[in-house]
Write a protein that binds this ligand. Sequence first.
Ligand code: GSH
Length: 229
Amino acid sequence: MSIELYWGSGSTPAWRVLLALSAKNLPFTSHLLSFSKRETRTPEFLAINPRGKVPTLKDGDLVINESLAILAYLDSAYPAVPLLGRTAAETGEIWRLVMEYESHGSPTFGAVARPISFGTLAQDETKVREALPALIAELDLLAARVANGPLVGGTLSAADLVWFCGVQTLVRAATRPAAAPLDLGVWPLGARWPAIVRWAGLIEALPGYDATMPPHWLEGDVPSPARVE
Ligand SMILES: N[C@@H](CCC(=O)N[C@@H](CS)C(=O)NCC(=O)O)C(=O)O
């Protein structure tokens, strides 16, 4: 086994894979690519990922692109700590929740977080306000689902990792100075959704969690909290 991961700071799909490698306690060689230096567009990287996107995982000669495919591969190749279920019923539940994130969580969180994070609030503020009720409904649903801990089967799974990365990108946006005048009413999350903060703490307690945090979130001009609050 010789796992290598190509990833980028702040990429939610890449973060899922970093968390999965931590949860599974799998050592790997890290290749942190810079988006601003266009390191995802070099001929060397395009040779292994023609779409120029991270994450990309190599395991020996095998190359896998797409974060969910990488999670599926890791679970099949390294099943000691399963993240996609211990039974068929759990596997179905976990995939349902992962796909719910892709279909519902991601666009809903993104409708609020992206204009803040990408500096387009001036033109998109109305759209952000219109997106808020759906965001609050998603957070209410998530809080109910994690009231007793992990989403499926009492143990952390890919569903938790996928939703967690989405929540973190939302927290990152909500705590940026640009978001302050909006008075989104979603920060701190713990005021309204303490169950989400408790559940996030389970993922944040994974060994090596700190090393999975997007480096520029911690060091940059607008530092983010390392933990969901
Ligand atoms: N569906 C892909 C999404 C990958 C993706 O969009 N990655 C973005 C970062 S979040 C990227 O690498 N962008 C770099 C670029 O477009 O140059 C996955 O889940 O892996």
